[in-house]
Design a protein around this ligand. Structure first.
Ligand code: IVH
Length: 650
């Protein structure tokens, strides 16, 4: 192969890939493509200095990174205001009309994935940055290059930011989860999480294997001079990007509702998940005049789809035993696809709820799924019930260990502390983010370690050996080492994580923190009076802790000597400052992790609370502030920006 024929071959491969990945309309067979691809590869192996920047061989991913670098967007990435019904739409249109009469609207689907900013310079893909806080994200260029619908080169030389959503098609999502379930890895909750997770892989070969798709939805910094958004988008598509389905121009309320109705009706038939319709003012000049609020453009909004409801049948009602011993019923339903996930279970909350709704095995029901949560049963179609369907009978004994259940009405409990389901779930809880945050120790792995008899309680985690793990299905060298390392790193963590991980009833993250702040690891010897003197500690919490310590003192001692948690440093009385003794709430993304800002504020004597109420002294907002900001405004709580906060701190 000569250099000229190599260049020609690269050009052709890119053309074939464009037809395949962008236009969904292949013009050659896979074999022909592979044959040419291998010729190109062979040439490149002989002539590494001549490898073309946009050669398809550059998309396979390469050396794994240590971590991602932060990178700034050239212009800010915004969020959208959500509209939930016709009334919201009407009001939004009225607001638009007040600022600018007679505009038209560009409507397109709202894709449910992860947003990405692509920066091209001199026609080359220079940088791909995740959304992050809107101002800064992570540089994931190496991963973006593996996505076939992202051109590595475009026929446009000026610097330009092209923004869009990275999605995973529903069928690809099913495949990934099937494989993960085979490997006993935790499943992705939905295609959005799968897309975001795949984009943030340090090993770009994993990203390359996931068949991600990029759908452009707009621009950041650009020198384009078209006066309509629809024209700018047409130009972007002409550069080789994939078109969004169902794009429409609409004039007013009725036309927008019509476009929305069509999209909502057809959403299930699309390859990707849609979670609404985005409405944007089409005239660029009008957009510029209207401008932005703190979080959103005033010229665009997201008209969300309602949660999807489906009819299915209850095949069975099974019981789950949680770490506190609570027994909860779960409905097993006929597998029903809802928005990209096959639903097989629905939550029933508790036995009183089964009675109240008169839910029976065999019943046809309407289930509703919104977001990532396990679907709910909204309604029983009891008119459709055969006579043989009998009422559900509450269990009297634990389905796992067989001991007698304590029935307190809404709450039914297994009281056997050694019940294997309680134990496995308490280990899962111990490893979760809010406790010791042991990466890779999810539900499936804990269950198999438990079933194999390798762990009987949390403390056994610290005695696991690599040969034991290697003998398990799905465990190879790398996974084993990673898990053992993560377990080792859970030692010497903050004391409150250790306490929270014990799973003491009524004592959560906040309780564990104040407990450790006061007593460090000495909490095991605190008296009831001392406990009650802690701000926020009530009778129920104190009783629960004392009882737990009474029963488990030796165990706590043993675990703590293995883990050696870190006791917090003693707090000095804060000197006078604007935040002393004030209750503040943080919202939105800030320039450093919120946890760190919280620590600085607490050091000044502020109480940092999670929710806004009339008692809040200040709401401190970062980029992309959400409903807390709106609530604070409506309660007339003073809202200050992160910058103002820093001035006040200084
Ligand atoms: S426009 C100028 N259009 O939704 C406003 N966003 O809630 C910027 N998204 O961060 C967004 N599909 O990740 C726009 N057709 C679409 C979209 C879309 C999905 C995502 C995007 C953005 C988020 C805002």
């Amino acid at each position: 192969m000569t250099y000229e024929s190599y260049q020609e071959a690269v050009k052709n491969l890119n053309k074939y890939a464009y037809h395949y990945y962008v236009l969904d309309d292949p013009i050659i067979t896979d074999e022909e493509y592979d044959k040419l691809y291998h010729k190109v590869l062979a040439y490149e192996e002989q002539n590494p200095a001549y490898i073309a920047l946009d050669s398809p061989t550059q998309r396979v991913g390469g050396v794994a990174l240590e971590g991602f670098k932060k990178a700034a967007h050239l212009s800010r990435m915004w969020s959208l205001e959500d509209l939930f019904n016709s009334e919201d739409l009407r009001k939004w249109l009225e607001r638009v009309a007040k600022q600018k009469a007679n505009v038209s609207f560009y409507c397109e689907p709202k894709f449910d994935g992860a947003s990405l900013n692509l920066i091209y310079e001199n026609g080359e893909l220079k940088q791909a940055i995740t959304r992050g806080d809107g101002a800064m994200g992570e540089d994931i260029t190496q991963n973006a290059k593996t996505i076939r619908s992202i051109p590595l080169r475009i026929a446009y030389a000026q610097r330009i930011e092209i923004r869009g959503e990275v999605v995973i098609f529903k069928d690809e999502f099913e495949k990934i989860n099937l494989e993960r379930s085979r490997l006993k890895e935790s499943l992705f909750a939905n295609p959005r999480n799968a897309a975001a997770g795949s984009l943030r892989q340090l090993d770009s070969r994993i990203t390359a294997s996931r068949n991600l798709v990029f759908l452009p939805y707009g621009l950041g910094e650009n020198e384009l001079d078209q006066s309509l958004l629809s024209e700018k988008m047409a130009f972007i598509y002409s550069l080789g990007f994939k078109k969004a389905p169902l794009r429409t121009l609409a004039k007013g309320f009725d036309e927008i509702e019509e476009a929305y109705g069509t999209m909502k009706r057809e959403r299930e038939s699309f390859e990707m998940m849609l979670d609404g319709m985005v409405i944007k003012v089409n005239e660029i000049e009008a957009q510029e005049e209207m401008g932005y609020t703190v979080k959103n453009p005033r010229w665009a909004s997201a008209y969300k789809f309602p949660a999807v409801e489906k009819i299915t049948r209850i095949k069975d009602i099974v019981l789950q035993v949680g770490r506190s011993g609570a027994v909860t019923p779960v409905a097993i339903v006929e597998p029903t696809p809802i928005e990209g996930v096959v639903v097989e279970r629905a939550s029933l909350h508790n036995f009183d709820e089964i009675d109240r709704k008169d839910i029976r095995i065999g019943d046809k029901v309407i289930i509703l799924r919104s977001g990532d949560v396990i679907p709910k049963i909204v309604k029983v179609l009891s008119h459709d019930r055969g006579e043989e369907i009998r009422p559900y009978i509450r269990p009297t004994h634990c389905p796992v260990c067989g001991s007698e259940l304590l029935d307190e009405g809404a709450l039914t409990k297994c009281q056997n502390l050694e019940c294997s389901s309680r134990v496995a779930n308490s280990i899962i809880y111990f490893a979760s983010k809010a406790c010791l945050n042991i990466d890779g120790l999810g539900e499936k792995i804990v269950e198999s370690l438990f079933e194999e008899g390798l762990i009987k309680s949390v403390i056994d985690l610290y005695a696991l050996r690599s040969d034991q793990l290697l003998a398990l299905e799905g465990f190879k060298e790398k996974k084993t080492l990673k898990l053992l390392e993560a377990i080792e790193q859970s030692k010497h963590k903050e004391c409150w994580r250790f306490v929270n991980g014990l799973g003491i009833e009524h004592i959560g993250e906040v309780g564990s923190k104040s407990l450790c702040q006061h007593f460090g690891l000495g909490f095991t010897t605190a008296t009831k009076e001392e406990l009650l003197s802690i701000d926020g500690f009530g009778e129920e919490m104190a009783e629960s802790l004392l009882e737990f310590v009474r029963v488990n003192a030796a165990y706590i001692e043993r675990l703590s000597s293995v883990m050696q948690p870190k006791a917090p440093e003693a707090k000095a009385e804060a000197s006078e400052n604007p935040f002393k003794a004030k209750t503040v709430v943080l919202t939105g993304s800030m320039s450093e992790p919120r946890g760190e800002i919280k620590t600085s504020l607490e050091a000044l004597g502020a109480k940092v609370s999670g929710s806004v109420s009339k008692k809040t002294d200040y709401l401190i907002y970062g980029e992309d502030a959400g409903s807390k900001y709106d609530k604070a405004m409506s309660l007339e709580v003073p809202c200050i920006s992160e910058e103002q906060m820093r001035e006040m701190m200084a």
